[in-house]
Design a protein around this ligand. Structure first.
Ligand code: ZN
Ligand code: ZN
Length: 904
């Protein structure tokens, strides 16, 4: 099959890339708004946010890159990236890259991949079987030398195009990930065979470790000698490598440790990953007018993930990010260099927690020592006498940006923690579970080994065609696209790669913000596999958002919604207020500003209208729990905000909080108040308030189907949009999938959680359907914060080698298996391959939470905690491109405020 077939293009048709141009900041400033603000007792004077700057679009066309540098952080999930960012105290280099995407990482036959299969996807554009190295799925050992069974790698494509190539890793160079770029073997563990393939691969520069596989082999061959005869400089030390660098060696193999490199923390690496990367770039760049492809692996992030060692994960992630920084510095000097940073899979289900949460669970477990024992017992009967991983690891928050912060280059994030409030806090990293520990690992090493997970991994891209690279949603598609880019220059029918701005640059008339409360990349991944498709993932612009508050790294829904609604960071529990000059003051919200500017406004939620998230858009109170006081802010909006009649459409639960008296007052004022859903179109002549339950609405399952008396979130969203758009004056609508968070707090591991996410995604679909027709509507989908859930699969858990604490293996935890919607998945080449799946097909997911939470819950019923992992963002429509890449949550709010301020 030709690569282009996968994109629905006829073979041989000109490649068409839709590329976002980089938006440059210009100096234009929108004048501040000056509406009068009558202060009432209930509402302290609202502080106005300074409008942001306007970005001027620059359209451009480009050719495909002539240098591609691909970084693979082995096992580097969003938890690792988040932890490393807070440990550094400022956004990582990779977070400054303008384009972000998310990729599924499943292999040919199973959902959770190993590094060989996922590296094969990246290296060849094809899925393969568990532990296979760039051979077709199902290839047997006896068939692996037949080139008909080989998958062509990007390195081979690059050589055919006259490009030079390089591989850099901190593991042995013949380890799974680099191996997939230069060998064809049915199993990753055949290290000597792989080294043999690599010695013949004609790769120009190989730097890392693993010399013994080349010169102390069981077959007695000396591959280094043979490579030397073929023109390679062979280096065994950093000095050798430096010399080769000075001599501008055309071909260099520099393996500076016998087996693998020591860890980054040990300080014993012959060369750092950054030094090796710089060296490889310099040698490949030298006298090279054609092009080069370089793969750099941060190999050991995964190893510390297996060990549940968060400190090690952070150290290795920071180490790789230094190398990313070096590559970006090189790329800045040219206009033909594409840098891509991604991971092969997530390892360990790592979540970022904080001491407050952890201490609660450790207390229940009887302190650190008792917790360790509890973990051992929970994991496996054999584990009693084995060393346990630390139940909680602390990482000191980076001190660089405590207090004031500076904007890093073009980076869209400021890490302005509160006034010294975070100074003494320590970040706690924790792993999603340790209920999965591999049995052989216990037996051989007497240690735990956490599992890989299926959680989607981020992709960061910068340079020519970066947007097209970040737009794919599967790692094999990413590999295929990189191969297309290498081939581009050699194609007779090539066309300039269009650079356009997705959705236009004119100010959108309408904005719909959809917030999935508690929806992180993990739960989103689970819903994707169970459902087969998520509308939000098809949105063209993607981003990651940091969600910390002024007082805590792990934040709550009030502070995070306030950041989105006002552009201000605040303390947890606070609604629509922020610390300003040492005092908690009310700050104007995007909904209030939109209303004051004559736009129509709406709120839709599955929780109560006075719950933290919707409340943050119209109320100003230091305590989110004071829902009756918050209701007063809804009541007095017409008095508080001149020229605004209050929220035009609100559909939610919470009639009990409002109470008979308030509802009667509203009716007197002419507000259409309804406590039941009639299904009729909403009135547009006066504000509408639908409170469809005393408290929160029923769960998603009860809001679907013809019998349902309370509508789905999609129907509520649709009704609100129909009403708000009836008059052509522009509108702001916030829609919350509020009960995703509730299912996660309840540690739900089954369909209930998936149902809430799907219900939310249907609302996203309704918003997008309107936006596509309307053409003048910006749709933003994001989350307020994450939880500690992670996604496993039945193969990894139940296979002989990896069974752990699941009931099915004699352990403690009931783990339901959710079926995967294989036939609906965008990339389903082998997930229904029952032959290769053997006892483990068809594929199923298992959802699991942080082990400490689960162990504590066996003694006392406790709600599952939030986590600080960066959350995804999706955007569609005019201005969408401005929301792409990495953002600090208040910056997202500032952009929304800027939109409301610029209403005509
Ligand atoms: Zn691994
Ligand atoms: Zn919550």
């Amino acid at each position: 099959m030709r690569v282009s077939d996968w994109y629905g293009l006829p073979a041989g048709s000109p490649l068409r890339f839709v590329v976002l141009s980089v938006l440059l900041l210009s100096g234009g400033i929108i004048s501040g708004c000056s509406r009068p603000q009558p202060a009432t007792e209930a509402a302290p004077a609202v502080v106005q946010e300074t409008p942001g700057r306007v970005e001027a679009p620059t359209a451009q066309t480009t050719e495909a890159p002539k240098r591609i540098i691909l970084f693979i952080g082995d096992g580097m999930g969003v938890g690792a990236i988040t932890a490393a960012t807070y440990a550094k105290g400022e956004p990582l280099h990779m977070l400054g890259m303008p384009h972000v995407g998310f990729n599924t990482t499943h292999e040919h036959e199973f959902v959770v991949a190993d590094s060989a299969a996922s590296a094969t996807a990246l290296a060849t554009g094809h899925k393969t079987h568990f532990e296979a190295v760039s051979v077709k799925p199902g290839t047997l050992k006896s068939q692996e030398e037949d080139s008909a069974n080989h998958l062509e790698t990007i390195v081979q494509t690059a050589h055919a195009a006259g490009w030079r190539t390089g591989l850099v890793a901190t593991s042995r160079i013949n380890h799974a990930t680099p191996a997939a770029f230069a060998a064809h073997r049915s199993n990753r563990n055949d290290y000597e065979d792989i080294a043999h393939d690599m010695s013949l691969s004609q790769i120009d520069v190989m730097l890392g470790a693993g010399s013994k596989f080349f010169e102390k082999r069981s077959d007695g061959r000396d591959l280094f000698a043979a490579m030397g005869e073929r023109g390679y400089t062979v280096a065994r030390s950093a000095e050798d490598v430096q010399l080769a660098r000075k001599q501008k060696a055309r071909k260099l193999v520099g393996l500076m440790h016998d087996s693998d490199m020591p860890s980054a923390q040990s300080g014993e690496r012959a060369m750092s990953l950054s030094q090796m990367t710089t060296t490889a770039i310099e040698l490949l760049d030298n006298d090279n007018s054609e092009g080069f492809f370089l793969m750099v692996e941060g190999s050991q992030i995964d190893w510390f993930g297996h060990d549940l060692d968060g400190v090690g994960v952070v150290a290795e992630t920071l180490d790789m990010d230094e190398a990313v920084g070096a590559a970006l510095a090189y790329a800045r000097t040219r206009d033909d260099t594409l840098v891509v940073v991604t991971a092969d899979h997530e390892t360990g289900g790592m979540s970022v927690l904080d001491p407050e949460y952890m201490s609660r669970y450790l207390l229940v477990l009887g302190g650190q020592g008792a917790a360790e024992k509890s973990v051992a017992l929970a994991s496996h009967p054999d584990a009693k006498s084995r060393p346990s991983p630390s139940p909680a690891q602390h990482i000191t928050l980076g001190s660089l940006n405590v207090g004031e912060s500076t904007r890093e280059g073009a980076m869209g994030a400021q890490f302005a923690f509160g006034p010294q409030e975070l100074k003494d806090r320590r970040l706690t990293t924790d792993f999603g579970y340790l209920s999965v520990a591999s049995r052989p690992h216990w037996q051989q090493a007497g240690a735990f080994s956490a599992s890989h997970t299926a959680v989607m991994v981020p992709v960061f891209a910068q340079g020519p065609a970066a947007a097209s690279v970040a737009s794919v949603i599967d790692n094999a598609d990413l590999g295929a696209r990189l191969i297309e880019l290498v081939q581009w220059h050699g194609r007779a029918d090539r066309q300039p790669i269009e650079a356009g701005i997705v959705g236009g640059v004119e100010r959108p008339q309408n904005v719909i913000v959809l917030i999935g409360d508690g929806l992180g990349l993990s739960s989103l991944t689970a819903a994707l596999y169970v459902r087969g498709h998520l509308e939000m993932l098809a949105m063209p612009v993607k981003g990651l958002v940091a969600t910390h508050g002024t007082d805590r790294v792990v934040n709550d829904s009030a502070a995070t919604a306030t950041a989105l609604a006002t552009g201000r960071r605040t303390r947890s529990g606070v609604v629509g207020m922020a610390p300003i000059d040492g005092e908690l003051r009310s700050v104007e919200t995007v909904l209030e500003r939109a209303g004051a500017r004559g736009l129509r406004t709406g709120l839709v939620t599955t929780t109560t209208l006075t719950h933290a998230t919707p409340a943050s858009f119209y109320a100003h109170h230091p305590d989110r729990k004071a829902e009756k006081a918050i209701a007063e802010f809804y009541m007095d909006m017409p008095q508080r905000i001149s020229g605004y009649g209050g929220i035009d459409v609100a559909i939610a639960g919470g009639s009990e909080i409002f109470g008979e008296k308030r509802l009667a007052q509203l009716r007197e004022r002419g507000v259409h108040v309804a406590l039941e859903w009639s299904g009729e179109p909403l009135a547009t002549d006066a504000p509408t308030l639908h409170l469809l339950a005393a408290g929160g609405l029923p769960a998603a399952a009860q809001r679907h189907g013809v019998q349902a008396s309370v509508p789905s979130l999609a129907r509520m969203t649709d009704a609100a949009i129909t009403s708000l758009s009836a008059r052509q004056q522009g509108f702001f609508l916030m829609v919350e999938g509020g009960q995703i968070d509730w299912a996660l707090h309840g540690l739900n591991r089954g369909q209930e959680l998936i149902d809430e996410i799907v219900d939310f995604d249907e609302a996203v679909a309704a918003a997008l359907e309107f936006a596509r027709k309307d053409g003048n509507t910006l749709v933003i989908v994001t989350s307020d914060h994450d939880h500690t859930i992670s996604v496993l699969d039945n193969h990894y858990i139940f296979s002989e080698g990896h069974c752990g604490a699941a009931k099915q293996c004699g352990g403690h935890y009931e783990m339901a298996v959710l079926p995967v919607a294989t036939s609906k998945l965008h990339r389903n080449e082998g997930l229904n391959d029952l032959k290769l799946q053997g006892d483990f097909g068809p594929p199923g997911l298992l959802l699991q939470y942080s082990w400490a939470v689960l162990a504590a819950n066996e003694r006392v019923r406790m709600a599952g905690p939030h986590a600080a992992n960066f959350v995804p963002l999706f955007a569609y429509g005019p201005w969408a491109a401005r929301f792409g890449g990495f953002h600090d949550q208040p910056d997202v709010g500032k952009l929304l405020m800027e939109w409301a301020s610029s209403a005509p």
